[in-house]
Design a protein around this ligand. Structure first.
Ligand code: BDR
Ligand code: CA
Length: 318
């Protein structure tokens, strides 16, 4: 019989928490048989870097995971001023529950150095990068150490949009919009890549019945998650008139735990960087109307009930 733990995917979570980033991190914490979390690297995005780093530590502490290493990364995009999203996530990025300041400390190493070192030290083709925020850390690592690019097993990324358009501008999704130059480097690197765009995440609504099932878990992390989601969803409920807010980032970890939940297509994706009007747009050649390289598996459908069943089952294990 094969040892289940030996099938675990080694992952680095690159993130800008964010309530939905928190849900992704919780899902990883609850899925130790499928994912081996080598470290969490933070980046500026939803809120400035000092807060995304603080928030990552808070989440580890909340889930009693002092063993998880957290590294602070880039504090601004490659060549643009930082755009943040307090209008969605609140002032701290994790508004909703009352959360104590963390006692856990950041690792002294910079995120970019940790990513480079890990990819060089682990066997080639074994480390998956899970990106939940702007792609600044990953692009910086690829530019500084091009030798690591061919060593990445896969990048699984939340970002972009196809028929759903954008959420921060009509054309662009937030993670790509914040640092389109970084996205261009990462999407063009030649690493196998899976993309979870808004087309998927907008199908995953934090409906009342789903949130009630989370609350019924009754643990401190589950209750804090419910309070985070109840804060987070108010913005999108008002914007879309939907039954709950869309849950973006946990799709990345869910894909690694249960890929059969998702369906998509390998196609060419290019990132717009020049236009002021459409900066950060993911130009997705879904219909293969060009012969440009098919560089990304773009997901478009998801089993929403199956996704929430997984989330709730794994949150209960934390
Ligand atoms: C993405 O932007 C952030 O606000 C969320 O955390 C998610 O990563 C959705 O567009
Ligand atoms: Ca995020």
């Amino acid at each position: 019989m094969r040892d289940k733990m030996s099938d675990r995917r080694k992952i680095i979570i690159d993130t800008d928490p964010g309530q939905d980033d928190a849900a992704a991190i919780f899902l990883a914490f609850g899925s130790p048989q499928e994912v081996d979390l080598l470290g969490i690297t933070t980046v500026a995005g939803n809120v400035p870097l000092s807060l995304t780093s603080r928030n990552a530590l808070i989440l580890c502490e909340l889930c009693n995971r002092p063993d998880v290493k957290v590294f602070a990364g880039c504090d601004r995009p490659l060549s643009r001023p930082l755009v943040t999203a307090e209008h969605v996530h609140g002032k701290t990025g994790l508004d909703g529950p009352t959360l104590a300041e963390p006692t856990l400390k950041l690792q002294p190493q910079h995120s970019v150095d940790f990513i480079i070192e890990t990819l060089r030290n682990e066997p080639s083709g074994t480390v998956t990068l899970c990106t939940l925020g702007p792609l600044t850390n990953i692009a910086t690592a690829f530019t500084r150490a091009p030798d690591i690019i061919s060593r990445v097993r896969e990048i699984v990324s939340m970002g972009g949009g196809f028929s759903e358009g954008g959420n921060i501008t009509p054309a662009a999704e937030f993670n790509i919009y914040v640092d389109p130059e970084a996205a261009k480097i990462v999407f063009g690197a030649g690493v196998p890549m899976v993309l979870m765009p808004l087309d998927v995440t907008h199908q995953l609504l934090t409906r009342k019945d789903r949130v009630a099932r989370m609350r019924a878990i009754g643990t401190a992390p589950a209750i804090a998650m419910v309070e985070m989601l109840e804060f987070f969803e108010r913005f999108d409920i008002e914007k879309y008139g939907s039954d709950g807010g869309p849950l973006h980032d946990p799709t990345v970890v869910a894909y690694l735990v249960k890929p059969s939940l998702f369906d998509g297509r390998l196609c060419n994706v290019e990132i717009e960087t020049a236009s002021e009007l459409t900066a950060g747009m993911t130009v997705i050649d879904w219909w293969h109307v060009t012969d440009r390289k098919r560089n990304v598996k773009v997901m478009r459908s998801v089993d929403a009930d199956g996704f929430f069943d997984l989330l709730i089952e794994r949150f209960a294990r934390i």
